[in-house]
Write a protein that binds this ligand. Structure first.
Ligand SMILES: [Zn+2]
Length: 294
């Protein structure tokens, strides 16, 4: 007999095939993780309290890099970040005639920069004050310094042709509420462009419970392709295009897994295998593009 079925339904697909996976322990606390056998996703349950989450995100250690450090970390940790942003923005351009673009949880503003350079009229929101500072140096405009919540969504109802959430949905306490807010700010049959870590990736499968992306309270949602698609379909979207990509370099890999210092040859083999995993849709990140059904 398998593990006992949990009484909680999956927060992504709503099926009741959820079982206890393990308790993730770190310096912030102990977080039970549940896994859904129906869609293959996982999530932290019970959810941390809102107060605890706000405290975590106010922590100045969170995204405290300076502008110069962001530029140098681009070359050290995220060498493909510009290419990555351009790839996502070019797909957005292909799927949308309209040019009003919202970057949700815009971070340092790499995607906003690319969208702006590609002819989009860009708005952005970002709650972290330090990220807002760096964003403003990297771009020619300022983001709204706030969370993307119901209030924000009401204010900008049907205002955008494309809404991007890159590395955002894995953080949020209520993903369904978030997707409904996205629905509300999209105009007509506009596009939601999503990037999240892929819980079904080859890397994630090999790492199992040591998965580098299972990092509560920062990450609470661990998406499978199926779980992500069902969540968006339930909220009024249809899938246009989904693929997985692998972007990871040696330094970042070592940064996430302490005490691992790889030889160049070993790294080349690992990276080769991870890149190949894209071919059978087991890449590290899910990129998905959904169209609002109006
Ligand atoms: Zn599920």
């Amino acid at each position: 007999m398998g593990p006992k079925t949990h009484e909680t339904a999956c927060i992504f697909c709503r099926e009741k095939n959820v079982s206890f996976y393990f308790i993730k322990q770190n310096k912030y606390g102990e977080y039970p993780v549940l896994r859904c056998d129906a869609c293959g996703a996982a999530f932290v349950w019970p959810r941390p309290e809102q107060g605890a989450l706000e405290e975590f995100y106010r922590d100045l250690n969170y995204s405290n890099l300076s502008y110069e450090e962001v530029l140098s970390s681009d070359s050290n940790y995220y060498p493909d970040s510009v290419m990555d942003a351009n790839r996502i923005i070019s797909v957005c351009k292909r799927f949308s005639q309209g040019r009003n673009f919202l970057d949700v949880g815009a971070g340092f503003g790499r995607f906003s920069k690319s969208a702006h350079e590609n002819g989009f009229k860009v708005s952005a929101c970002e709650p972290n004050p330090n990220a807002v500072k760096v964003f403003t140096q990297l771009n020619v405009f300022e983001p709204d310094s706030c969370l993307f919540d119901k209030q924000y969504a009401d204010k900008y109802e049907a205002a955008f042709d494309v809404v991007l959430l890159s590395q955002v949905l894995e953080h949020v306490a209520d993903p369904e509420e978030m997707v409904l807010n996205i629905y509300n700010v999209i105009k007509g049959e506009g596009i939601a462009a999503i990037a999240v870590p892929h819980f079904g990736s080859l890397l994630s499968r090999v790492q199992g419970k040591k998965d580098m992306f299972i990092s509560p309270p920062e990450h609470l949602n661990f998406f499978s392709k199926r779980g992500l698609v069902i969540l968006f379909e339930r909220c009024g979207f249809k899938l246009e295009y989904l693929h997985t990509v692998t972007k990871m370099n040696k330094k970042r890999f070592e940064h996430h897994i302490p005490f691992v210092f790889l030889s160049t040859v070993v790294w080349a083999s690992i990276y080769g295998i991870l890149k190949t995993s894209e071919l059978f849709d087991m890449g590290i990140v899910i990129n998905a593009y959904f169209r609002k059904i109006s």
